[in-house]
Write a protein that binds this ligand. Structure first.
Ligand code: SF4
Length: 429
């Protein structure tokens, strides 16, 4: 009888994609995947260290899983940059870095036999063509590269995942075709920074989008996060690629701040005008499109006036989604050596930006009331007989009172309401 393995994944789409591949590899060699750590013979924790509170949560999970006295493998970004911390939390835990997921079966066999397995600080790994157990059968998460070209002063992820290593477009297209054959209706092109995709292999994000959207089949493509740094170089081409009806009109462009001095300190490689040029072009080309951005509040030395610049940007641009992070110093980063702002100042700025972003998201979402069109039922809602659909702008549409299993189906809906987080819809066909 092969052992039972529990996998718990945290973090970005790339991290979730890694966990799907690890589950697929283990399943393909006969291990059973269990839903609960208490039922498993071995536990795997796929970690994320993107910000302080997240790392604290990982430390808490390592302690909790270690307390079960079962073999433990810690994977993801944390082993690469916090090896000593993990050894202090559990010296027997095996460690598997984000560039070693292909070794998961070896790691499990070794750890189950009582031999600690450590595979970290390895070169880039191609993560395509691997067996996969998808978290959501509707969604094919397609990793397109590992690493990035960024030197962002606050970021520990680049220390964990290394320099850009783009996967060949041909291999990505094969992975996409496989996902479609397996019934996926959405393909998520994901990496740390899709904006720099292909710059190391003579390709580019617009070219890749054209190749994937050109595949036959009834599916939609979601393009993941892309920094303004590189997008500004191929903006028109990118917007052209987005015009394909198979591409969600969804642009996730993390600006982090709208103040040029802070962007310099962050070493982001673009200015407020660059970000504005991209956003204006997207809004002009796709007025109904969804704009998502990320903002770090309370970056060291940020003045009230400089924070105001970011508030004004949000009030003016009205992004549908603003992912807000309070600055937290990350081990080994440049920004960790800068003088920090008082925590009450950071908390106040986070509150102000949260209130404003909710207000503008609600305003934008209310603009959809009365809209009728097709959406893909992506996942079940939190309540029974509730579903979440995604329309052509990747807006989430909450649909109630439908007992039929709609997962992966297309439905024609009318939008009858809105909140700051989603639209409310009724199926009309
Ligand atoms: S682009 Fe910047 S923030 Fe993003 S992973 Fe790379 S270094 Fe980190």
């Amino acid at each position: 009888m092969m052992a039972k393995v529990y996998i718990e994944a945290h973090g970005c789409s790339l991290s979730l994609s890694d966990s799907e591949a690890m589950a697929g590899i283990l399943h393909s060699v006969g291990y059973e995947l269990s839903q609960e750590p208490s039922e498993a013979d071995l536990n795997i924790l796929v970690t994320c260290i993107v910000k302080g509170p997240t790392e604290n949560r990982m430390r808490y999970r390592v302690r909790a899983l270690s307390a079960m006295e079962k073999p433990l493998i810690v994977a993801g970004c944390m082993p690469e940059v916090e090896e000593k911390v993990l050894e202090s939390l559990n010296p027997r835990a095996s460690l598997l870095g984000p560039n070693s997921i292909g070794m998961i079966a070896e790691a499990v066999a070794s750890t189950l036999s009582g031999k600690r397995f450590v595979a970290i600080r390895r070169g880039p790994e191609e993560k395509l063509g691997l067996p996969r157990l998808r978290r959501n059968p509707v969604v094919g998460i397609i990793p397109i590269a590992s690493g990035c070209l960024g030197v962002c002063s606050f970021c520990q992820v680049r220390l964990a995942r290394g320099r850009l290593y783009s996967y060949p477009p041909k291999a990505i297209v094969s992975e996409a075709i496989r996902a479609i054959k397996e019934g996926c209706r959405e393909l998520w092109l994901t990496s740390q920074d899709n904006g720099c995709y292909g710059l190391d292999i003579g390709s580019s994000l617009p070219e890749l989008i054209r190749f994937v959207a050109g595949i036959e089949g009834d599916f939609m493509v979601r393009v993941g996060m892309a920094n303004p740094t590189y997008v500004k170089q191929f903006l028109e081409e990118l917007l052209d690629a987005y015009k394909n009806e198979k591409v969600f009109k969804f642009l996730h462009i993390p600006i982090q701040s709208f103040c040029s001095r802070i962007l310099c300190l962050m070493r982001r490689g673009y200015g407020p005008d660059d970000a504005m040029e991209i956003i204006n072009a997207f809004r002009r080309t796709f007025p109904e499109g969804t704009l998502a951005t990320d903002v770090i509040v309370g970056f060291p030395t940020e003045t009230e006036e400089e924070f105001e610049e970011t508030l004004e940007f949000v009030a003016k641009v009205k992004p549908e989604i603003v992912n807000i992070s309070k600055f937290s110093p990350r081990q080994g980063t440049e920004a960790a050596r800068l003088p920090r702002l008082p925590s009450e100042v950071v908390a106040k700025r986070s509150r102000l930006l949260t209130e404003l972003s909710r207000k503008v998201s609600l305003e934008r979402n209310e603009g959809w009331i009365g809209w009728e069109g097709t959406c893909i039922i992506e996942e079940p809602g939190l309540k029974p007989n509730q579903w979440i659909g995604r329309n052509m702008a990747y807006r989430p549409i909450l649909i109630d009172e439908v007992s039929k299993n709609l997962l992966g189906k297309s439905a024609i809906v009318r939008v009858v309401g809105a909140t700051s987080r989603c639209l409310k819809g009724k199926i009309i066909a």
